[in-house]
Design a protein around this ligand. Structure first.
Ligand SMILES: [Ca+2]
Ligand SMILES: [Ca+2]
Ligand SMILES: [Zn+2]
Length: 313
């Protein structure tokens, strides 16, 4: 009887795992040069989990019918500053955000470029509205108060010496290299609208971002933006917090070598202000991914929890 109970308890606990509303998918179809090794893909898997675990919006699917047209266009992941390309026959399942990735020799110290995709549309107004809002009404307001892209592009500098750490829960020393995880999170936040969405620019006043939550997190002062004319980044003089520790916002424009940075409360607050449903301003440090062996141990632990809980009753 007891073993049966334990198995049932484990089943229930697995059922109660957190719902992942937004599903970030990195798409490697344009990576003809093989930049994304197994280890680098594992890093991007961790980036996808970070956002998927913390953004709870429900996004409607993009699935054109017979009289409807959705043509996705992206900055070319292999040459984002000079060309754009059409993604043939793209459809997007509910909650999914598809980010096409590649690498390009930017020269110098440019680490990466990222932003949302574009599209051409045909069909009824209802279809057009559905694609442009994905069920988030504020994306259609003027000024916009929400943002729900189908996806976008991120390109990493192929000339950079990258540190790719497939176990993101530990950070080894990597002096002289740049952290792929840090840069990928930064660029993904651009795909999600920081410095790129209408709902971001609607809240830019002068060289500040006036979003309510970000202002509150910043001690009641609208956070300063880097005054380079793009209004796409926070100023490097700001301090956000990662689980209580101070850190320059991840969405500031410079990332030093040998350093991992995380989304601060200020970065998450900005995503909230531009329309995302952010579960936690502190959900930032990657947890270890359970290995098959660890799962067995974890199941044993849960089994013990189940038995002792039963004993209490
Ligand atoms: Ca590690
Ligand atoms: Ca939203
Ligand atoms: Zn940036």
């Amino acid at each position: 009887m007891k073993p049966y109970f334990a198995v049932a308890a484990l089943g229930c606990i697995l059922c109660a795992a957190p719902v992942q509303a937004v599903d970030i998918v990195f798409d490697y179809r344009y990576d003809s040069a093989g930049f994304f090794t197994t280890e680098r893909r594992a890093v991007l898997d961790g980036v996808a989990r970070l956002f998927s675990d913390n953004l709870t919006d429900s996004l409607s699917a993009i699935q054109p019918g017979p009289d409807e047209l959705f043509v996705a266009r992206i900055y070319n992941p292999l040459d984002p500053l000079n060309s754009s390309i059409v993604v043939d026959n793209l459809t997007v399942p509910a909650d999914q955000i598809r980010i096409f990735v590649g690498a390009y020799d930017f020269g110098g110290q440019t680490l990466g470029v990222g932003g949302p995709g574009f599209h051409s549309l045909g069909g009824s107004q209802a279809f057009v509205n559905q694609v442009e809002s994905r069920g988030q009404p504020g994306a259609l307001f003027n000024p916009a108060t929400d943002f729900a892209p189908w996806g976008g592009t991120i390109t990493f500098g192929s000339q950079i010496s990258w540190y790719a750490d497939s176990d993101l829960s530990t950070v080894e020393s990597f002096g002289g290299q740049f952290d792929l995880y840090t840069v990928a999170v930064h660029e993904t936040a651009h795909v999600l609208g920081i410095g790129t969405a209408d709902s971001w620019f609607a809240q830019v006043v002068g060289d500040t971002f006036t979003g309510t939550l970000a202002t509150s997190i910043n001690g009641g002062i609208a956070p300063a933006l880097r005054s380079d004319g793009s209004d796409a980044h926070f100023a490097s003089t700001l301090t956000g917090h990662v689980n209580g520790a101070g850190q320059v916002p991840l969405l500031s424009p410079f990332i030093p070598p040998g350093t991992r940075r995380y989304m601060t409360d200020l970065d998450w607050a900005a995503l909230d202000d531009i329309g995302w449903q952010v579960a936690s301003l502190q959900a930032t440090i990657p947890a270890p991914v359970p290995e098959p062996g660890t799962w067995a141990l974890l199941a044993g632990g849960l089994l013990l929890v189940g038995v002792s809980a039963r004993r209490r009753t």
